[in-house]
Ligand binder design. Structure first.
Ligand SMILES: NC(=O)c1ccc[n+]([C@@H]2O[C@H](COP(=O)([O-])OP(=O)(O)OC[C@H]3O[C@@H](n4cnc5c(N)ncnc54)[C@H](OP(=O)(O)O)[C@@H]3O)[C@@H](O)[C@H]2O)c1
Length: 302
């Protein structure tokens, strides 16, 4: 049976996964979206539930779907949570990723693994794909370990390092973008870092990069945007686009706030390799306008 068009997406109920499922279904793939604790209802895809930390459930998942390609997005993706839950985060971020790599090798399925810009320390940006990794928190360490073990078990796997992404959140979990908008609309003070820089993109753009990554076996690709933004500057841009006062945003420095996980100051990535393949993020202003339109239009619910 030809299974090339069958795309298994783990983390389908997450921030990026929901966008990916809809995008690839529209793109003509037979999409199987895997959720865990959340319920998932996305038109045009088959939804499945699986605890990827359970070897038997993973095996059964592959027997059921027999995928031609896998986008492995599932993770404990919040650095503070990884710091506070070292064993649980290891099981999903590293052990489950290794298991999926072995299964993909057995099934000869393409595999794209979503890693992070937080594999870097943040003091030598912009980072190229071949720059040495030097994580400064547990989440970054686990992603490095996962990259290594995946590439060892399945050299054809593709590592896609994702930047900080913005866009709509998932039910019950407002995204950073939605928190900023709510802060502007409700005149609620929010502290934003002025000295933490990222090459941000919206989730829809990132997914276009993941599509390219599917055709780059064995590669490591950075899928960052073309611009360097701090969260504070991003908040200012949003205020301008929705026509609301930016004075709710308080500028703070990384050193001012204690978090469970250390945060790299400048994890900006150079994504020239992906740009040369046709990855072409629009300006952040333009991407954010699109996201705000989707959230109900600039200044909506003022
Ligand atoms: N968001 C960003 O800005 C960003 C930046 C860099 C890299 N990344 C990477 O990009 C990927 C997607 O991130 P995201 O923001 O979309 O993550 P997210 O919103 O936190 O979603 C995490 C997903 O993983 C699933 N999951 C967690 N534990 C699982 C388990 N034991 N078995 C099966 N599924 C499990 C969750 O399922 P349930 O919710 O159903 O339990 C959820 O669908 C991750 O690999 C993340 O590390 C994200």
């Amino acid at each position: 049976m030809n299974n090339k068009n069958k795309l298994l997406i783990t983390g389908a109920s997450g921030f990026l996964g929901r966008v990916a499922c809809s995008y690839f279904a529209r793109d003509g793939w037979e999409v199987y979206g895997v959720a865990y604790q959340q319920r998932l209802g996305i038109d045009g895809i088959t939804t499945l539930s699986c605890d990827l930390t359970d070897p038997a459930e993973c095996k059964a998942l592959f027997e059921r779907v027999s995928p031609g390609a896998v986008l492995h997005l599932a993770a404990m993706s919040k650095p503070d949570a990884c710091e506070q839950n070292p064993q649980e985060s290891q099981r999903i971020n590293v052990d489950a990723s290794a298991r999926l790599a072995s299964l993909c090798a057995d099934y000869q399925a393409k595999l794209v693994f979503t890693s992070t810009d937080l594999v870097f320390s943040g003091d030598k940006a912009p980072y190229q794909e071949d720059d040495p990794v030097e994580p400064i928190n547990r989440y970054g360490e686990q992603k490095v370990r996962a990259e290594e073990v995946i590439s060892w078990l399945y050299p054809d796997a593709t590592i896609a390092r994702m930047p900080l992404m913005f866009g709509p959140g998932v039910p019950g979990k407002p995204s950073f973008t939605e928190q900023l908008l709510a802060s502007l609309q409700q005149r609620k003070t929010m502290r934003l870092f002025t000295d933490e820089y990222r090459t941000v993109v919206n989730a829809e753009t990132a997914v276009q990069g993941l599509k390219l990554a599917l055709d780059q076996p064995g590669a490591t690709l950075h899928l960052g945007g073309k611009e360097r933004w701090s969260r504070y500057a991003f908040g200012q841009l949003m205020a301008e686009l929705v026509g609301l006062d930016a004075d709710v945003f308080q500028p703070v420095k990384l050193a001012d706030i204690q978090t469970a996980a250390h945060r790299p100051a400048d994890a900006c990535m150079s994504s020239e390799r992906a740009f040369a393949l046709g990855y072409s993020p629009a300006s952040v202003r333009c991407q954010l306008k699109t996201v705000l339109d989707g959230l109900g239009g600039p200044g909506a619910n003022r």
